[in-house]
Design a protein. Structure first.
Length: 339
């Protein structure tokens, strides 16, 4: 495999960390991002970590002419596809926008890749494709019952890519279903800072700790879990990033399609994360328990054993490190890349 990897959504939270992991593994990341929920200033931070600024192109994966130009002019060997919208609540309120971005965008990208003869694709899927599982840990063979339009959009793209690989066996595709990414790069130079009100737990906790928000809104305290709050499989973003590189290496060795969970295999409740963050930061996190959020499920965590067997990958960083790295990032960058 050649060294240039197109990273769609590469200026975002998981995408930027994956650029670091790609560079460490000897690849050259090429970022395409429409900056819908990211910041171009991440490129300068990446340069400080990697040693050279990755090439950045502002653009949208739904722009077929731009994609054709990129594939024509750059020696792209494969694509890691992150670009898309990811807030469960927003997807319930505005499903058409989610299908347009996540499903249509993926179709345009795959068509451009097929036309260009680039047939290695690592797809950023989600554990939300499982919906409310019968039990945890969840294996890849579990029933797929997405509970919201975001999950449906990921499931639809998964099915389309499986059909594509069946029709054209030269394709090398990995569908990576990951759980709840948190943490930040250990340098504190890049991390998660969503535009507007955070939809995910850790950035909200961070913003409370640094004084940007008064208290954390906990969505539901009456779930059938040990403390009544939702339980999730939190995985460090650098573990996820390294998982994408491992999937890329696997794809380089053989054509086909693999579907893999990326998670720790352990669940933690919202309040357990809050307590771990308080230990890491020395701060008290004020919170208020409110009603459940539409589309959420009580508890789930993954079975990552197939990823370990297939890729030789497993999560290395625990909850304490996730919280410590998140706090280091937020302390040094209280207003994200504007700091």
């Amino acid at each position: 495999m050649g060294s240039t990897i197109l990273v769609t959504g590469g200026a975002g939270f998981i995408g930027s960390h994956t650029c670091v992991a790609l560079a460490a593994a000897g690849y050259t990341p090429l970022i395409l991002d429409n900056l819908g929920n990211s910041d171009a200033r991440v490129v300068d931070r990446l340069a400080r970590i990697i040693g050279t600024a990755p090439r950045f192109i502002e653009g949208d994966v739904r722009d077929r002419a731009l994609l054709d130009k990129l594939f024509r002019e750059q020696p792209i060997a494969g694509v890691i596809h992150f670009a898309g919208l990811k807030a469960v609540g927003d997807s319930v309120a505005d499903p058409i926008t989610y299908y347009d971005n996540n499903v249509h965008g993926s179709f345009v990208l795959a068509a451009a890749m097929q036309a260009a003869g680039v047939r290695t694709l690592i797809f950023s899927s989600s554990a939300t494709v499982y919906g409310d599982p019968d039990s945890s840990p969840i294996p890849e063979s579990a029933a797929l019952r997405p509970a919201n339009p975001y999950g449906h959009s990921k499931r639809m793209v998964e099915q389309a890519l499986a059909d594509l690989q069946h029709a054209h066996p030269a394709w090398r595709i990995a569908l990576l279903r990951y759980f709840n990414p948190v943490g930040a790069h250990e340098s504190g130079l890049i991390g998660e800072h969503p535009q507007g009100k955070p939809n995910n737990l850790m950035p909200f906790v961070c913003q409370v700790a640094v004084g940007l928000r008064d208290k954390l809104a906990v969505h539901g305290g009456d779930y059938p879990t040990p403390d009544g709050t939702g339980v999730r499989d939190y995985v460090h973003v650098m573990d996820l990033a390294e998982g994408h590189v491992a999937a890329l290496r696997h794809a380089a060795q053989q054509p086909g399609l693999v579907t893999l969970n990326l998670g720790t295999g352990q669940g933690a409740s919202v309040l357990e994360v809050v307590k771990a963050f308080e230990r890491a930061s020395g701060k008290t996190i004020a919170y208020e328990i409110g009603p459940r959020r539409p589309g959420d499920v009580p508890a789930y965590w993954g079975d990552p054993s197939l990823a370990q067997a297939t890729l030789g990958w497993r999560a290395q960083r625990g909850l304490e490190q996730m919280c410590a790295d998140s706090w280091r990032w937020q302390q040094g960058n209280p207003r994200g890349y504007e700091s």
